[in-house]
Design a protein around this ligand. Structure first.
Ligand code: SAM
Length: 280
């Protein structure tokens, strides 16, 4: 097999989703670098593949990229796989690939499953223009600021989310986008409990909260493009939004964000912000 780095996508749940080319590649490379060698050895042994494994995760990516490059320069073919889906998409791999490009080492994509495309394809939303955000920041304030930024961009947004934060994130989506903003939530794609919820964020929070099991598993959220109608009728009251925003970003940034979202004059918002600050 030709020397180089083979970036191989693996299933996001259902093992039958692995491609014939992915299997061929994994069988024929000299070594396989994995995000988690224990996790990947289960998949590899299921397909009868036994290879030398190298661990490359977010905390050692730089060092291991140098090592992997040196092996490829000696003539070896190496694959990289993450725990699930396409490497480098909200997963380690991007730095590794950049390192290969810098050294003019051959990089070969072996495409396959990704939660991003799988979820988006069943959303039913227009797919010509979208923003992929990956994971939102953990802290509430930063998460809300990120959602405000997304709201301002006026495009469909795709977000990865974990089970323990799903309700909290949906609550913030409701605050920023409004109770009746249309979203799609996909859960456990390609697995036994695969579920696709579509509707207003307020109603879906109720549905997901109604059963503990609905909150289990892996999630992708797709927020439909905000439109002018949702702006005027469904957003939270301006003063409340400004107060919240002032808690997480500077006064100037708050004024800019809120004036844009509420379609107001910056001076007017600036004065209101000063008043709120004074009363703190
Ligand atoms: N590289 C992966 C890809 O190509 O989709 C993504 C890895 S990222 C660390 C993991 C996140 O992807 C999960 O928290 C979840 O948001 C999403 N995800 C992965 N598998 C999923 C599945 N089967 N159903 C729904 N979301 C999934």
């Amino acid at each position: 097999m030709k020397a180089g780095l083979y970036l191989v996508a693996t299933p996001i749940g259902n093992r039958d989703d692995i491609s014939i080319r992915a299997l061929d590649t994994l069988k024929n490379v000299d070594m396989i670098a994995c995000e988690d060698t224990r996790h990947s050895s289960l998949l590899l042994s299921f397909f009868g593949i036994k290879k030398k494994l190298i661990s490359l995760h977010q905390h050692n990516e730089e060092d291991k990229a140098t090592y992997i490059a040196s092996l490829i320069q000696q003539g070896y073919a190496l694959a990289y796989i993450s725990d699930a889906g396409t490497p480098a998409i909200s997963d380690p791999g991007a730095l590794l690939v950049r390192h290969m490009h810098n050294l003019q080492i051959n990089v070969v994509p072996i495409p396959g499953p990704s939660a991003l495309v799988t979820a988006f394809s069943v959303s039913g939303f227009p797919t010509n223009n979208f923003l992929f955000y990956g994971f939102l920041p953990n802290a509430n304030g930063k998460c809300k600021k990120a959602l405000l930024d997304i709201y301002q961009k006026k495009v469909t947004a795709i977000i990865y989310e974990s089970p323990h934060r799903i309700i909290k994130t949906l609550e913030l989506v409701r605050q920023v986008f409004g109770e009746e903003h249309e979203i799609v939530i996909t859960r456990e794609l390609t697995k036994i409990f695969e579920t696709i919820y579509k509707g207003y964020v307020g109603n879906l929070i109720t549905e997901i909260e109604s059963k503990k099991d609905n909150q289990k598993g892996e999630f992708v959220l797709i927020l439909s493009e905000p439109n002018d109608h949702s702006e005027s009728s469904q957003l939270m009251p301006l003063k409340e939004a400004l107060e919240d925003t002032l808690n997480v970003v500077s006064l100037n940034q708050s004024v800019k964000i809120i004036a844009k979202i509420y379609n107001k004059n910056k001076k007017e918002i600036y004065n209101l912000a000063l008043e709120l600050k004074k009363n703190e």
